[in-house]
Design a protein around this ligand. Structure first.
Ligand code: 7TS
Length: 404
């Protein structure tokens, strides 16, 4: 782990330095904490150059626009994309819906199939159910195996001449599975399908290169990678974005407007109707710089080490069942404690200052497949350490004894 020290990292996070309790925050897959650098950037915008973007001619309005566009460039560089391919949205959910409305509804027919997987978050499932209904296309899915991997033994079963659109998560928010998205995109392109990857859980934890993955669309959220809430990204290949109709109409997305009709602005602005989430977009740029300052390889290794350590400790207990592949996974562990309802466990852990997630994790089809009504989930990030995991495991053992 070199010089990387999560305790030192906590100095950058006011929630740690302000907290009177020893905070064991293990719900990073839901949202991460924010470093001072991001909060300072929000504050700097609001206090030093607060103005709308792309319209003000006065100097601090131009500064707001420049900083907003710098942030877009920082994010573009971060994922190996051109800045015209980076659309600011409110989050992964809106990014996916943008494609479901602006692309799917205009390009699919009753002859076509949309292919998803059985391990999608509701955000990458329900928009496709709605698009299928609207276009009368069929919705198909790739199941997952007992070990949490996708069933890709015989891809021809799923990728056919009818497959027109494929949506897949890069990393599962329940199973932690890291999917072979590059291969899946190739299989989809081989049958002429358009592809979307949901990177909400992956981008905070590993290198993401649009040129390498070669997907048509890629979606992620700022708040899961140290950035503000209310901001996310939709990457789209420029040639796709150029051909698409707008998602929402309004200010800034137009080139010219008469009483009868309008023409569209260049990409990406064609997809950014109205005043955007300016502060949040600027804050996300600061979050990306903070992540780059630590280094994604360091972050990924730290996540791997902690996950390995947590799995080792959890598997030493008799009462624990871990869902999915126990080894090669992202820093997300969903598990059951025999005889303890997930909500009870989360509440008992809370009494020891430990925050984990309990529930259906916005993935009811996964719960159905696992045969559980709800589950527990611990997820790690840069400020977590082995001490956190020790406390977490001690608290689970204590709770299991109470319910025994
Ligand atoms: N896709 C995946 C894989 C996710 O994990 C989430 C959020 C989303 C999409 C939606 O992101 P949003 O930022 O638009 O809400 N996942 C979770 C979770 O696992 N617990 O809370 C939110």
């Amino acid at each position: 782990m070199g010089n990387f020290d999560p305790i030192q990292i906590r100095e950058d996070f006011p929630i740690y330095t302000n907290s009177e309790l020893p905070l064991v925050y293990l719900d990073n897959a839901a949202t991460t904490q924010r470093p001072q650098a991001v909060l300072d950037e929000l504050n700097r915008y609001y206090t030093e150059f607060n103005a709308n973007v792309h319209r003000a001619v006065y100097s601090f309005g131009e500064k707001a626009t420049a900083v907003y566009e710098d942030s877009r460039q920082t994010i573009a560089d971060f994922i190996g994309a051109d800045n015209t391919s980076i659309i600011f949205t409110s989050g992964t959910t809106e990014s996916i819906n943008l494609v479901a409305y602006a692309w799917a509804r205009n390009n699919l027919t009753s002859e076509d199939e949309i292919l998803v997987t059985e391990m999608e978050h509701h955000s990458n499932l329900v928009p496709w159910q709605l698009a299928a209904k609207a276009t009368r296309a069929s919705l198909k899915y790739i199941p997952f195996n007992e070990d949490g991997s996708l069933d890709l033994e015989d891809p021809d079963k799923y990728f056919t001449a009818k497959t027109k659109f494929v949506a897949v998560t890069h990393q599962s928010n329940v199973l932690g599975t890291i999917n072979p998205v590059k291969d899946i995109v190739r299989m989809a392109h081989d049958v002429g399908a358009v592809t979307l990857v949901d990177g909400a859980q992956w981008v905070p934890h590993g290198r993401t290169d649009m040129q390498d993955i070669d997907c048509d669309f890629y979606a992620f959220s700022g708040h899961k990678m140290l950035g503000p809430t209310g901001i996310g990204i939709l990457y789209g290949k420029p040639e796709m974005l150029e051909k698409m109709q707008p998602f929402q109409g309004g200010g800034e997305m137009i080139k010219s407007v008469t009483m009868e009709q309008a023409t569209w602005n260049d990409i990406p602005y064609k997809f950014e109707a109205g005043t955007p989430n300016i502060a949040q977009a600027i804050g996300l740029g600061a979050a990306v710089k903070y992540i780059q300052g630590i280094g994604l390889d360091v972050i990924q290794n730290h996540g791997r080490d902690l996950t390995k350590y947590a799995i080792k400790k959890l598997t030493q207990m008799d009462s624990i069942k871990i869902h999915g592949n126990q080894h090669d996974r992202g820093p997300v562990i969903s598990f059951e404690v025999t005889g303890v309802h997930p909500h009870d466990l989360a509440q008992f852990l809370d009494q020891d200052g430990i925050a984990i997630r309990a529930g259906q994790l916005c993935a009811q089809p996964i719960m159905d497949k696992l045969g559980v009504f709800a589950t527990n989930r611990a997820s790690f990030y840069i400020y977590n350490n082995e001490q956190d995991i020790n406390k977490f495991c001690e608290s689970i053992e204590k709770t299991a004894r109470i319910f025994a």
